[in-house]
Design a protein around this ligand. Sequence first.
Ligand SMILES: Cc1ncc(C[n+]2csc(CCOP(=O)(O)OP(=O)(O)O)c2C)c(N)n1
Ligand code: SF4
Ligand SMILES: [Mg+2]
Length: 311
Amino acid sequence: MNEPQLCGMALTALDRPSPLLRPGNTNCGGCGMSNLFQMMRRAVADRPAQLVIPACCGAVAAGAFPQSAYGAPTLLTTFASASAAATGAACVAQLNSEETRVICLAGDGGTYDIGFASMSAAAERNEDILYICYDNEIYGNTGGQRSSATPAGAVTTNTQEGKPEQKKDIMAIMAAHRIPYAASLSLAHADDTMRKLRLALDLRGFRFLHVLSPCPTGWKSEPALGMELVRLAVRSGLFPVIEVFDGKRHLVNIEPDFSDEALEMYLSLQRRFQRSRLKAADLRPAIDRHWQNLRVLSGRIVPARRDGQGR
Ligand SMILES: Cc1ncc(C[n+]2csc(CCOP(=O)(O)OP(=O)(O)O)c2C)c(N)n1
Ligand code: SF4
Ligand SMILES: [Mg+2]
């Protein structure tokens, strides 16, 4: 008997029948993760690839078996087992002398919180995995609870007055694992993002990419404004676009202008910050401290500010 036609589902890492994430999936309009997949598709091109996705909106987007929105073989896992499953897939590819890129795609909940232990362990073992965290700063799939990636002041379903704690610095945490490559990606800066995606796909060992991923549903923002929000986050210095090689060599890829106007705009375009009435001046000291540290790490002299305080 013939095998059933699995509705165009990719069966091997060499299959690339259609986009990595097909249209008509369940993602909300304006979802940053959908944009990321369009860029990943172009970066992956004809490289053999396999996806590993723990619980998150990306897992729901796959749809119900035997259909799949993904144009690559996809393993959906529990939070805790994603990096372990990706390790297994990478080992099998190596044993079979296959060039398969194993891409683990997880949300901030799966990365910063619930899947952190196995992700950290895979990074420490330097497994041959490209791990991509799309960070919408919320547990989006379960209705919008806080994660440790949620920024201070953001209202979520379980931080009704705005989250009191700061966002974790995941790039510093991953750099401390001394993995071959860690980079933060701005979806609004396509050239830089495509370069980093291709580089990360071709490197070996554990590579970590951190993507700020607009979520109109959780951020209470207009779906059409996602890329503008990312641009404002980068311009204001809120989201540093950097890369770190072997946990040592730090490079700043996009220089912000540290505009308070951009920061105000970023806050005002998202209703999640409305209740805490956050202003640029509330965030600026922490942004300055973070950049001061990045300047030291990247070996750049800290330029004096006009007010003489240095940045
Ligand atoms: C161990 C465990 N705890 C909780 C859940 C419920 N759960 C499913 S998806 C999700 C949120 C995931 O958030 P994130 O990883 O940021 O992805 P997003 O939904 O934002 O895309 C949660 C809490 C679960 N599936 N397993
Ligand atoms: S809830 Fe947010 S992350 Fe999830 S599909 Fe919708 S826009 Fe995307
Ligand atoms: Mg999330």
